[in-house]
Design a protein around this ligand. Structure first.
Ligand code: T1G
Length: 709
């Protein structure tokens, strides 16, 4: 019965238990070939009298990562033919639902032995088995929402039957994975064993087969009876989470399916699930998130990166114990790396380390970290006032005051103390890496690592490649960012790099809109309606308006409304007044601000007018896209997808809108170019004229040209 090792499904018989092992690609994605091989193996085993039970296994890294994401693409052309990711009728039989039904209705007990990940359709397959054993390190989840989808193969029906509706909603609406011990506690798995393919697991399976009738998950009602008795319970439990979900459309669809499956019947729920799944898979929101899935993975392979050149980073240093420095130190220490934080003055160092302690204590009381974990992390962070304490570190990240001379001074000092092979990174948000590197003996080991605030939370790191940065430096910084769980994107040197350079053009337009007739509340509301969590003015108030004001003064620039606010002492939340008036953190429209804006418009001779929401949206987003086009043209970003990843991971661009460059393609690059031209004329601002590839997309009829990369 055993099959050759290169087969994607192998079967071996041990003490009457057929171990069916999936071995397809890196993650056992349930593509057509695997589905077919698995169902054939199951049919053979069903007929084999020597087999009393089945143990369904995967590989150490993956039981299965679910449906094959690549089968989800080009839905219009493929769906009706081959089924959506093997979901539907047609050529791709058995589809995933048929395979899952085969397992659930199998004449012999089927036990899933989960190792690595069981995600999406992979977990749905495991949930259709009659019991589940998990390895201690396994991670289980239904991450479909991150692809703009709901679980499409019975997950919305089976998960609540195993873990109860509340837990099921949490897992499906956040897409977060759970550990084996959480899964055991919640009833998602029945046992945790070191090796679910071991003789112990075979014994467990035999015993299970002998003592229990193979019950179907769909028939379990214990955990859903209460919710079923009061219609509307699931919707009520989910209301808050749907609003906060990464994709509210997919979230609502999942809730509708789960409600039907609990309040009506499993089969009714399955029908709603299927209907909603088909609708979602064709939606622009899902297409956008599938684009991001691919873009994130493409960003891990920048052209300039030679991963083999990376050096080991055993210890790290951080210069500056401010908010960014402290956050970066926490991020490094979270990955088990000892970190030395150097400050110039004792008071600043103490303040910084105390803030780290405070953040850790807060995460313990929130439950996101254990006390032991926090203590361990804290013990990895050492403060120092002496650069000599950095002599044996492998990487230093400088997070000092944003001033070129200050940074040049620090790098020149570092250069004297650290080993010649130590990587020197600056967390600058705007400054030229080449200028910083120029004052060092080995500019080749200097680059930028631009973190986002709060650095211990935000996933993005722009890895800025200077003109002298060598392969080992780039690869080491990139690998370190990945090791600490961040999403690094390699970018080139320019003012503000990719993210802040695009943000700046948005800020200019936001200010301009105020002068021409809009108010902060209207502008912020439009961006929130688009899906951003915050508008530009709320963001400004939170970050503090005085920093920008100081920078503008230093650079001889102005932003009339923002300057006027600062001149009247309105620095944002920290002074309880900025674009809004604050009670605590809650902002309210302030008639004084309106007066101030009207006054500035009057002084500048701008006649105010009613500005439509659609103009506001286009005026904010299209110039950003235009800047993105320039960035691509200049080779600052390698691909359009890199820009999208930066905006989604670093600036909370709504994932279901795919990122600015994806969005441009979605609305049509020709349309974007046309509108930019119109706004350039209307505002008398040549910087708004379409640039880069957009300038070629002249005619609105040529929308959806397709972006480079
Ligand atoms: N389908 C196809 N390819 C996949 C895949 C999948 N589900 N998951 C990963 N890959 C590829 C990935 O593109 C990469 O390829 C390689 O595997 C390694 O991945 C019906 C409809 C499993 C935790 O959303 O979360 O089931 O770039 O680089 O960091 O309800 O991949 O090397 O060519 O990410 O070790 C739901 C997504 C599907 C899981 C591994 N499942 N995957 O992480 O490596 S929808 C998911 C992951 C579904 C059903 C619905 C991660 C991972 P390449 P990697 P990693």
């Amino acid at each position: 019965m055993p099959g050759p090792a290169d087969q994607i499904v192998t079967v071996s018989l041990v003490d009457g238990v057929a171990r069916i092992t999936m071995n397809s690609g890196r993650v056992n994605a349930l593509g057509r070939a695997l589905r077919r091989a698995l169902s054939e193996a199951l049919m053979r085993v069903a007929r084999d009298r020597a087999v009393t039970a089945v143990l369904l296994l995967g590989q150490p890294e993956a039981f299965s990562a679910g449906a094959d994401v690549s089968e989800l693409n080009s839905p219009e052309s493929d769906n009706s033919q081959s089924g959506v990711a093997g979901l539907g009728s047609g050529v791709g039989r058995p589809d995933l639902r048929e395979l899952i039904a085969l397992v659930e209705d199998f004449p012999k007990p089927v036990i899933a032995g989960i190792t690595g990940v069981a995600l999406g359709g992979g977990l749905e397959l495991a949930m259709a088995a009659h019991a589940r054993i998990s390895a201690p390190g396994a991670r289980l989840g239904l991450p479909e929402i991150a692809l703009g989808l709901l679980p499409g193969a019975g997950g919305t029906g089976r998960l609540p039957r195993l873990v109860g509706p509340e837990r099921a909603l949490e897992m499906i609406l956040t897409g977060k994975e759970v550990s084996a011990s959480e899964a055991l506690r919640d009833g998602l798995v029945d046992a945790v064993m070191e090796d679910p393919g071991s003789p112990d697991a075979v014994r467990w399976t035999t015993e299970y087969a002998a003592t229990r009738a193979p019950g179907r998950t769909r028939d379990r009602t214990g955990k859903v009876t209460e919710a079923a008795a009061v219609p509307g319970t699931v919707s009520r439990l989910a209301a808050d989470a749907v609003r906060k979900a990464r994709d509210p459309y997919a979230a609502q669809a999942a809730v509708d399916a789960m409600s039907a499956g609990i309040e009506q019947s499993f089969d009714r729920g399955a029908n709603v699930e299927q209907e909603k799944f088909e609708e979602r898979v064709k939606s622009p929101e899902s297409a956008a998130q599938r684009h991001l899935f691919a873009a994130e993975r493409a960003a891990r392979r920048p052209a300039y990166l030679d991963t083999d050149a990376a050096r080991a980073v055993r210890r790290a240093g951080v210069v500056g114990a401010g908010t960014m420095g402290g956050g970066i130190a926490m991020a490094l220490a979270s990955a088990g790396m000892p970190v030395t934080v150097v400050e110039a003055e004792r008071a600043a160092l103490d303040r910084g380390l105390a803030q780290v302690q405070k953040n850790l204590a807060a995460s313990v009381s929130r439950g996101s970290r254990t006390q032991a974990g926090a203590t361990q992390l804290e013990s990895l962070i050492t403060g120092s006032l002496d650069y000599a304490d950095l002599t044996d570190v492998d990487l230093v990240i400088e997070a000092a005051f944003e001033d070129l001379q200050v940074k040049q001074g620090i790098f020149a000092t570092l250069d004297r103390f650290v080993r010649p092979d130590c990587v020197l990174a600056s967390n600058t948000s705007y400054l030229g890496i080449d200028d910083i590197a120029a004052g060092t003996r080995f500019p080749a080991r200097v680059l930028g690592m631009h973190f986002f605030s709060p650095a211990n939370v935000m996933p993005l790191v722009e890895v800025v490649r200077g003109s002298s940065t060598d392969d080992a430096t780039l690869a080491t910084a990139f690998a370190t960012a990945r090791r600490i769980g961040k999403t690094p994107v390699v970018v080139g040197v320019c003012h503000g790099f990719v993210g802040n350079r695009m943000l700046e053009v948005r800020s200019v337009q936001a200010e301009q809109l105020l002068l021409e007739g809009a108010l902060p509340g209207q502008v912020d509301q439009v961006l929130k309606g688009f899906g951003f969590r915050m508008g530009p003015f709320e963001m400004g108030d939170m970050a503090g308006l005085d920093i920008g004001w100081r920078n503008r003064k230093a650079g001889g620039r102005t932003a009339p409304v923002a300057d006027a606010l600062c001149e009247s002492g309105r620095f944002g939340q920290k002074t309880s007044a900025g674009y809004y008036a604050y009670v605590g953190r809650e902002g309210h429209d302030d008639p004084e601000v309106e007066q101030l804006i009207l006054e500035v418009s009057r002084k500048l001779g701008v006649s105010r007018r009613e500005i439509s929401d659609s103009e506001i949206l286009e005026r904010l987003l299209f110039p950003m896209i235009n800047e993105g086009a320039r960035i691509l043209d200049e080779g600052i970003a390698e691909r359009a997808g890199d820009i999208d990843v930066i905006w989604v991971k670093g600036y909370n661009w709504p994932a279901y809108r795919g990122g600015p460059m994806w969005y441009a393609d979605h609305v049509g690059t020709g349309y974007v170019a046309d509108r930019l031209r119109r706004y350039a004329e209307q505002c008398g601002d040549v910087s708004l004229l379409p640039a880069g590839f957009l300038s070629k997309a002249v005619d609105s009829a040529t929308s959806g040209l397709g972006l480079p990369g």
